[in-house]
Design a protein around this ligand. Sequence first.
Ligand SMILES: [Fe+2]
Ligand SMILES: [Fe+2]
Length: 240
Amino acid sequence: MATESFREEVRSAKDLDAFPPEYRTAIAKIVVSHAVNELKGALTFDEPAIRLAPTPKFKWLVSRNTMEEFGHHILFARLAEELGAPWKDKKPLTLFDFPVADWVDFGVIKATVDIAELIELDDLVEATYLPLRKVAKDTYPEEKFHVGLGREIVTTLLEEDDGNRARINSVLARLFPQALDFFGAPNSKNNELFVRWGLKKRGNSAMRADYVRQVREFAKKHSLEMPGIPEKYAGELASA
Ligand SMILES: [Fe+2]
Ligand SMILES: [Fe+2]
């Protein structure tokens, strides 16, 4: 097991006793992190945005988005509970404390933060632990819808009033550095563990570089200002 990554498929939590406890711990770390961050995001970003949405159509779309985000929390929390992993005391990422004061904040969050979630899920869709693989596959299209909703909000804001461009740029500039932290430290021991046990495919740095590329495409498409790479990631993301 030293260098080769684990490739067996494990059907349920009951089958985990046949493997070293490290495998269960690795799965638990991933599902607990998703369970707490999905809940925090649903409470701080999505639920309040139903009130902020300016039209019945957007209220309907944000309601669906909110229902799905609470649903993601429930699915990951259920996985955690099956593993006997407590999730209630785990702290969510500071990214999910980002204040949502208005509709512009929410649009930029959905258009860019949910890209980070899509990248994370895409890395889990071949996970050796099949219950996790299933949740990643089931939630992936919903996260795609959330990113699309964010893009629709941003597009509408820009069409209505080009004066919104400065506000959108300013939210993106504040949000982007925090979103980069979503992917964890470059040489994270946890990440090495996830890859070795065939739970994730890529390292944190590769996922962060993918994120930068996708946000850059988004900024270019809407003629928004792409924020600079923070100093701490300058070396790691030099070729991103
Ligand atoms: Fe989600
Ligand atoms: Fe989402």
